[in-house]
Write a new protein. Structure first.
Length: 373
């Protein structure tokens, strides 16, 4: 098994077996010599954009306040400790996307985004817990992390942040640039900046079953087929007019029990749901798109790659991209599987691509889902 410096020189299989969802792991120099991918100015400019999710957490006399972005202006250094958090940086910057992709030893169905936080001395968001796995990579300066496996996860009521009311630290670490801390879900933690610092958070999706169930029933609404209309030819006089008749309940129960969900139904739902772009993700196609012939000629020479914002998945004969799905034959599937896994295709892989694949690639190029390399 290949040992990964990113995981402290253990293999991905060992990490998933011994730590994932189970216990923290402190990794000194997970990425030796790591330096911030973006300057504070670049991060601030990103936080000013409407489509970028950002937050500003300030502390005055120990009291926390939170402002949602866009963040037009940041506080001064003498305004007390503050933290700016910018979500989905991987959707805006290719270097951030490349960093996030180092964690693809976990399926893309679970990998969520890269968040960057900048904090002034003493800044943080208070002791809290996350409902998902997270890697906390120190990019600049130092941050002191205090963590706890405590079961008491009660939060203080009435605050804009979910801050634990009874946090009791069990371990403490100071992270330097390149150091990384993994925390499983529900693990209490509190990070405080020592001087100005930047921390990169690699987060994972963890949807609730309720969320998935509601979305699945919505998805299935268009495919349910129950012909006929309720009828009661054997109706007898009602003794109690307001009471729902037993025969009516039995008839409806029998009809609704005819609704069956297959594994293929669930596969298609999951692929479309998990590849659906977030509400703040927008695609922009090329201002002057090439003709299809020109596009295919250049693609065969240079290759193509998925947009930073595109998510492509597959299962069996089904391929999913940005919330859409389609079934493909074996030969086409082999090509598209490579695109999904590598997020790119070299020109040689496109030489024998079918007309259907070429049509799809060109449509995705026009929509901004895919780009020429």
């Amino acid at each position: 098994m290949k040992k990964l410096p990113l995981l402290g020189n253990i293999s991905a299989a060992e990490f998933l077996r011994d730590y994932w969802h189970k216990k923290p792991l402190l990794i000194r120099q997970a990425i030796p010599g790591f330096t911030p991918l973006l300057t504070l100015e670049q991060l601030s400019a990103m936080a000013r954009q409407n489509h970028v999710e950002s937050r500003l957490v300030t502390q005055v006399d120990g009291e926390f306040d939170m402002q949602l972005g866009p963040l037009e202006q940041l506080p001064g250094r003498d305004n007390g400790p503050w933290t700016m958090l910018v979500q989905g940086v991987n959707l805006e910057d290719a270097r951030a996307d490349a960093l996030l992709r180092q964690f693809r030893f976990v399926s893309d169905t679970r990998l969520d985004d890269l968040m960057i936080s900048f904090a002034t001395d003493g800044g943080g968001v208070g002791p809290h817990f996350d409902s998902y796995d997270v890697f906390l990579l120190q990019a600049h300066g130092q941050r002191r992390w205090r963590i706890s496996a405590q079961k008491d996860l009660a939060i203080i009521e009435g605050l804009p942040l979910k801050i634990l009311s009874n946090f009791v630290a069990e371990d403490e670490f100071v992270l330097e640039p390149g150091d990384m801390l993994y925390l499983p879900p529900q693990y209490a933690h509190d990070g405080v900046a020592i001087g100005d610092c930047m921390t990169y958070s690699i987060g994972f999706r963890s949807p609730t079953y309720q969320e998935l169930g509601e979305a699945f029933l919505q998805f299935m609404a268009d495919s349910i087929d129950l012909p006929g209309r309720y009828a009661d030819a054997d109706l007898t006089p009602a003794k109690n007019p307001a009471e729902i008749p037993k025969a009516m309940l039995a008839s409806l129960t029998a009809e609704l029990n005819k609704v069956r969900f297959t594994e293929e139904d669930i596969t298609i739902f999951m692929g479309e749901h998990l590849s659906e772009p977030k509400h703040n993700v927008f695609f922009t196609g090329p201002a002057k798109p090439l003709t299809m012939g020109r596009f295919l000629m250049m693609a065969s020479k240079r290759g193509v790659k998925l947009s930073l914002k595109s998510l492509m998945l597959y299962r069996g004969e089904h391929v999913f991209i940005n919330g859409e799905s389609f079934a493909v034959g074996k030969q086409d599937k082999a090509v598209l599987d490579v695109l999904a896994n590598q997020r790119a295709l070299d020109g040689a892989a496109l030489v024998d691509a079918s007309d259907d694949v070429n049509d799809a690639l060109y449509t995705w190029y026009q929509d901004g889902w895919l780009e020429l390399i």
